[in-house]
Structure formats: structure tokens, C-alpha cells
Design a protein around this ligand. Structure first.
Ligand SMILES: Cc1ncc(COP(=O)(O)O)c(CNc2cccc(C(=O)O)c2)c1O
Length: 460
């Protein structure tokens, strides 16, 4: 490997040559980026030798944890045998066949087919084209519009960013593209009415879909797309009544139900997929992140039998990517998914470490004066900073309390994400009870410091 440079050298060259995603490069270049050099288990090391607890599994993706030499070995071997070949022109290769077969085993019955991409965004774009192709084969080419939620995140391609409900992304690039509509998010803290039960709110939030369908015209609506739990929007967990009602509405108006499982997939909620946790059956769903635990880029769309049959009988589907089903990515994803299953990692999240994390998370943050909506399931959890717990009065966005808190975490070598004023965590699924205890004791210290800072700055 190339000889290591000093941290400052890395920082200078990074500032000179590298534009980071979702970053204000001016300010980043002034403060300098943190150089991450190694990972093992749930830990990262930076170029200064600091050991960091990764409470975010990278970007919600390193489900199996860092440092798996077996995955590296699988990649090396496949690179030597067949570093690349495509699946376009009537060819396939053993790795993509093995992975597709394994995915048919770990998904619920009735999901036998997968289409491959390189990322979650490409999977979402694939869904947009796939559902429109489906309805055109069905003789209803007018069913083109896809509905999703404000504050949902579905990637950063033109399609994914349009389907996502992040208005600050729409403003940059004149989005959304035509044929996309949004409804409110099922977040009780922000949308619930005083005195309204969670169950009633879930049904009311789902009814926004029916209203939107009637406004647009069911004969023009192709699909509804949603994350079982809104991830980058701040870990928004809908009431139990929400998804079954969404499913009922989609079936009533003959609209495809699509789950975006890029974050919730591969054990994050304790079930293999988020739709299993919430008890609904999407017609098709997107995967990425935990599919390979981030070791190599790969994504896909898992297709339910009825949609698959229609597409297969429908002739050419003119869509795909050079690296769709890339042999090395497929080999690593196969080894990763097999390990998640055969090492009982998903099962352990469901039975042991998930319930333990949720119990300890609520104990840790339930008593703070300015922390509310302490929530989570499996190994995805969050809480939200509020000015007043009783009235649910939020801070002004400009107070940027989330960033304040995240920076205190980072100073304590603990990575958690700030999504607005929600602090979110999604550690590798292999985290142990002992590691959960250690992570939470540091986090409590940081939250205490943040509350003190809020007082000192007169924000509370
Ligand atoms: C639900 C969902 N769908 C699609 C994507 C897009 O995947 P790709 O990035 O692989 O194209 C995502 C990705 N989610 C994501 C990506 C980058 C940052 C953050 C964050 O929370 O800061 C979240 C996602 O969370």
C-alpha cells in the first residue's frame, strides 16, 4: 500500500482535489476533514490514532461490522477468477446466480426475482422505470405518477432526489421531475394532534395517501413508495396502524406498493426487512447498504412474483447498468448475506441485542428535560431535541441543536447522526450488550453536556 501521509498532508490534498457529497466545501476546507484509516467490529480509527465508536455503521450500511477478512478474501479470489463481466447480452456468471438464489431464500415467499444496480439511488430510479413499464404492459400507460412522503429520503439521482421529500434537494436542480407527488410524513411528534391516539394518527396519516390519489386520479397513479421507517429524515417510526392502512388503500385503488428497504433491509429492524416488521407485503422493494454491508457498492430491486411475471412476459425492459450484478460485488454480497443468516446475526438483533438496545436507549434518554420522542426498533433508534417537552415546541432550525450535539458526540469519539434536531443511531448489527452499554454511557455524558450548553447559550 502507499506509504501513509501525515494528517495535514491528507487534509491539504483532500481540500485541493476532492469535492465531498452533501458538504459545504468552503467551510469543510477551512476546518479540515477527519481522516479515517481503519475499521474493526464497531470501531474506526482516524489518522491520529483515535479509536471511534461508529454508532452509524458508516452510513447505515456496515451491518456485519468492519474488518471481515473473509469478505476481503472472497473479493480477492473473485477478482482473480473473473474481475468483471456483464449480464446484458444473454450471459450470466456463477456469483450473480448464487446471490439471486440466496436473496430468494432470505426474502418472504413470493419474492423470487432481483434486478441489480450499484446503489440505493439507482434502485429507486429502477423502480420509477419499472412500475411505469409494468402499467404500460398492463395496458394502463396513463398510470405514471409515483407518490412518496415529504422528508423521505430516496437517494440523490434525478429520480431518487425527486421521489425523496427533501425540499432543499429539490431547490438545487429544479426538482422534482414530472410525475412525482408527496404526502405528509407519519411523525406523531410533528403532525399529531393533541389528544389524538397514535393509532388514530396512523390511520389519518395513511388517509393522506387516499386524498392524494383522489386528487390526482387513481387512473394516473402508478405506485406509492415509502421507507418502512424514514431513515435520513430522522428515524420516523410510523404507528402500527399506518402501513396496513397504506396497503389497504393501495389495493383499493390498484396501485403498486413499493418499500424502500435500503436502510431497513438485512436485519436493521430485527426482521430481515422492514415490511416484515410492520406486517405488509410490497409489490417490489429496493435494497442496497446492508446487502454488502458497504464492503462493495451494490444495490437492487426485489420483485414480487406478479410484477416479475408481467415484466418477464412483457418483452424487452430497456434499462440497466454496466455493473448490474458485478461479479465481485455479487460475491461479497453473497458472503455477507450468508454470514448475516448463518451466524444468526439477524436473529440475535431480533431476540437479544435489539430489545436490549431499545430498553437501554429509553432508560438513557427518557429523563432529559429537552429530549423527547425517545424511539427505536431493532438497532435503529433516535431521540429529538425540543424546547418544551409538554408543548412539543421545537427549536428554531437556525439554533442547529442537532449539529451542536453531534459535534459533542464526535469530540467524544462517538459517531451518531443529526437529522435536524433528531439524534439517530444505527450501529453495526454485531454490536454486543457490553458495547451498547459503553456507547450509551458516553452518549448520556454528551447529552448532559449539550443540555448545559443550551442553557449557557440561552436557548432554553
Ligand atoms: C431509504 C434510502 N433510499 C435510497 C438511498 C440512496 O442510496 P445511495 O446513497 O446508495 O444511492 C438511501 C441512502 N441513504 C443515505 C445516503 C447518504 C447519507 C445518508 C444520511 O443519513 O446522511 C443516508 C436511503 O436511505
Amino acid at each position: 500500500s502507499t506509504t501513509a501521509r501525515s494528517t495535514n498532508e491528507y487534509r491539504e490534498l483532500d481540500a485541493a482535489h476532492h469535492l465531498h457529497p452533501f458538504s459545504d466545501m468552503g467551510s469543510l476546507n477551512r476546518q479540515g476533514s477527519r481522516v479515517i484509516v481503519k475499521g474493526d467490529g464497531i470501531y474506526l480509527w482516524d489518522s491520529e490514532g483515535n479509536k471511534i465508536t461508529d454508532g452509524m455503521a458508516g452510513l447505515w450500511c456496515v451491518n456485519i461490522g468492519y474488518g471481515r477478512k473473509d469478505l476481503a478474501e472472497v473479493a480477492r479470489q473473485q477478482m482473480e477468477d473473473l474481475a468483471y463481466y456483464n449480464t446484458f447480452f444473454k450471459t450470466t456468471h456463477p456469483r450473480v446466480v448464487e446471490l439471486s438464489t440466496l436473496l430468494a431464500e432470505v426474502t418472504q415467499p413470493g419474492y423470487q426475482h432481483v434486478f441489480y444496480t450499484n446503489s440505493g439511488s439507482e434502485s429507486v430510479d429502477t423502480v420509477i422505470r419499472m412500475v411505469r413499464q409494468y402499467w404500460s404492459i398492463k395496458g394502463k400507460p396513463g398510470k405514471k405518477t409515483l407518490i412518496s412522503r415529504w422528508n423521505g429520503y430516496h437517494g440523490s439521482t434525478i429520480g431518487g432526489a425527486s421521489l425523496g421529500g427533501m425540499t432543499y434537494m429539490h431547490e438545487q436542480g429544479d426538482l422534482p421531475i414530472p410525475g412525482i407527488a408527496h404526502i405528509g410524513q407519519p411523525w406523531y411528534l410533528k403532525e399529531g394532534r393533541d389528544g389524538e391516539s397514535e393509532a388514530d394518527f396512523g390511520l389519518r396519516a395513511a388517509s393522506w395517501l387516499e386524498e392524494k390519489i383522489l386528487e390526482i386520479g387513481a387512473d394516473k397513479v402508478a405506485a406509492f413508495v415509502g421507507e418502512p421507517i424514514l431513515g435520513a429524515g430522522g428515524v420516523i417510526i410510523p404507528p402500527a396502524s399506518y402501513w396496513p392502512e397504506i396497503e389497504r388503500i393501495c389495493n383499493k385503488y390498484d396501485i403498486l406498493l413499493v418499500a424502500d428497504e435500503v436502510i431497513c433491509g438485512f436485519g436493521r429492524t430485527g426482521d430481515w426487512f422492514g415490511h416484515e416488521h410492520f406486517g405488509f407485503r410490497p409489490h417490489l422493494f429496493t435494497i442496497a447498504k446492508g446487502l454488502s454491508s458497504g464492503y462493495l457498492p451494490i444495490g437492487g430491486v426485489i420483485i414480487g412474483d406478479e410484477v416479475a411475471r408481467t415484466l418477464i412476459e412483457g418483452g424487452d425492459f430497456n434499462h440497466g447498468f454496466t455493473y448490474s450484478g458485478h461479479p465481485v460485488s455479487a460475491a461479497v454480497a453473497h458472503a455477507n448475506v450468508r454470514a448475516l443468516r448463518d451466524e444468526g446475526i439477524v436473529e440475535q438483533v431480533k431476540k437479544d441485542t435489539g430489545p436490549y438496545m431499545q430498553k437501554r436507549w429509553r432508560e438513557a434518554f427518557g429523563g432529559f428535560e429537552h429530549v423527547t420522542d425517545v424511539r427505536g426498533v431493532g438497532l435503529i433508534q433516535a431521540f429529538t431535541w425540543v424546547k418544551n417537552k409538554a408543548t412539543r415546541e421545537m427549536f428554531a432550525g437556525s439554533d442547529d441543536v442537532g449539529t451542536l450535539c453531534r459535534d459533542i458526540f464526535f469530540k467524544h469519539n462517538l459517531i451518531m447522526r443529526a437529522c435536524g434536531d433528531s439524534m439517530v443511531s444505527a450501529p453495526p448489527l454485531i454490536i454486543t450488550r457490553t458495547e451498547i452499554d459503553a456507547m450509551l454511557s458516553t452518549a448520556v455524558e454528551c447529552v448532559e453536556q449539550t443540555e448545559k450548553l443550551l442553557q449557557e447559550r440561552g436557548l432554553v
